[in-house]
Design a binder for this molecule. Structure first.
Ligand code: SF4
Length: 463
């Protein structure tokens, strides 16, 4: 086994075990401070509770799934510099990030500041566009109709926006790629795929900066993992999509977690973000129109299917462990049998739920009729649909897309075998906005893995 692969898998293993659940709703609610009077004076509470709270807060300070509220309290507790004359004067990084909270936590926070639940609901609707004027508020000035004291409090203590637009690039087919700068200067990409005629506009969101999975056909995988996105950073991508493009392309009704990153490696934040997206008083996406995609992290698939109402997509992309071990190294940890047996078992516990298998056709690698026949056997007993995807070439990749004739033949074989199968055209590929083309790997790239000898003639030489 190649040395570079071993190093990479070690990193992969570390990354998959680090991001476990560390902050629960219960621990969050224990951090929420309730005030006896309607006038919020948090500084007293910080003085009284500073020592008692400090230990429990700091233990979760490095957790990627830490709630925005606990982050803020931690900042406040570790420094008294922002507390003046009984009023908080918080810097931007110390403020509560509202978009990382489910409605219940959000309402608890607003009421803990001395305001009514009805005011919390009004604010929630203004942030998420569920109001007559379709305002996706990003600043206090945009909080039309909200109580002035509440606006003042928010301007001092809360952040309404989690991302900054860096650039918007339009591809020839109308697909837009938005580059967002995060607070720490890193950049993520989000894609808007308009499909106005059929009312199926889609936003493709990122869940991590980069990705640790190193799928060999994916540009993002070459970046390695930089960090997980917070729930707020994920939700905000969908908010921005609505805010920037609804008037132009119509409402966006689909969300796919198929941008940068392996969503289930950031499962706590992803489930939280998806819950916020489907809230009926807020963004109100239908749960079956919010699809979380995974390369096949088996324990997290189980957790997701048990905890979330949203849809699941699994990138299959190969029909033998030999090929999948090569093009999707996660298969060396969770092989095809384990992955598919898990889905078969978990889906038997769910009602009317279908998993979506994605299959990128790579010329001479996974596009034979034998592959199609193997898929028919592999997915037996799993309620599913299959999406056949065109490979989108990028620099540093030696794969080639299958021809359209080959894709049609492949699709027909699956359909004749009783599978529900779709062919999805590539969108936005001329601007590197298509599937597997996002991100900027830079100089330090994840290694390309050794090609099994029998596939070497099918691949293009690397330039
Ligand atoms: S295909 Fe998805 S999981 Fe695989 S490297 Fe790319 S972003 Fe990561």
């Amino acid at each position: 086994m190649e040395a570079s692969y071993c190093i990479w898998m070690r990193q992969l293993k570390m990354a998959t075990t680090v991001f476990r659940r560390t902050t629960t709703t219960a621990s969050l609610s224990s951090l929420i401070i309730r005030l006896p009077s309607s006038k919020p004076i948090l500084s007293h509470l910080f003085h009284h509770h500073h020592h008692r709270r400090r230990r429990s807060i700091s233990t979760s300070a490095t957790s990627p799934s830490q709630s925005p509220l606990s982050q803020t309290l931690n900042h406040s507790c570790s420094s008294n510099s922002g507390v003046e004359d009984g009023e908080l004067n918080l810097s931007d990084s110390q403020k509560v990030i509202l978009k990382g909270m489910r409605y219940k936590e959000f309402q608890n926070w607003v009421t803990s500041q001395g305001y009514r639940p009805a005011q919390a609901l009004m604010l929630w609707k203004l942030l998420y566009g569920n109001n007559s004027k379709s305002i996706w508020a990003h600043s206090c000035e945009e909080l039309e109709g909200l109580n002035k004291d509440l606006m003042m409090m928010l301007s001092k203590r809360a952040k309404l926006k989690a991302l900054q637009v860096k650039d918007i690039i339009t591809a020839s087919d109308g697909t837009r790629k938005i580059l967002f700068t995060l607070d720490d200067g890193l950049v993520i990409e989000t894609v808007i795929i308009p499909n106005g005629d059929r009312g199926r506009n889609t936003v493709c969101v990122s869940s991590q900066v980069g990705c640790a999975m190193n799928c060999q056909f994916c540009f993002t995988g070459r970046m390695g993992l930089r960090r997980n996105l917070t729930a707020a950073e994920i939700v905000e991508q969908a908010v921005f999509a609505q805010r920037l493009f609804t008037s132009e392309v119509g409402s966006i009704r689909n969300v796919v977690f198929m941008g940068m990153g392996e969503p289930l490696q950031n499962i706590e934040n992803v489930i939280t973000a998806a819950d916020i997206m489907v809230d009926e008083q807020g963004l109100h996406f239908s749960p079956n129109k919010v699809t979380i995609s995974t390369s096949g992290l088996v324990p997290q698939i189980k957790q997701f299917l048990r905890e979330s109402k949203c849809a699941l997509a699994v990138s299959l992309n190969a029909t033998t462990d030999e090929v999948r071990n090569w093009i999707m190294p996660i298969n060396r940890k969770y092989n095809l049998k384990l992955l598919l047996d898990t889905l078969r078992q978990e889906l038997s516990l769910k009602h009317k739920y279908k998993v979506l298998f994605e299959y990128v056709l790579l010329a001479g690698v996974n596009d034979s009729i034998d592959d199609a026949k193997r898929i028919i056997d592999l997915v037996k007993g799993i309620p599913c649909k299959i999406n056949l995807l065109t490979f989108n070439p990028h620099s540093g990749s030696h794969f080639q897309p299958s021809t359209i004739e080959k894709m049609i033949e492949f699709r027909n074989t699956l359909a004749e075998g009783g599978c529900v199968v779709f062919m999805r055209p590539s969108r936005g590929d001329d601007q590197m906005a298509a599937c597997g083309q996002l991100g900027n790997p830079g100089e330090l790239q994840a290694p390309l893995l050794k090609v099994p000898p029998r596939f070497q003639t099918s691949l293009e030489p690397l330039v």
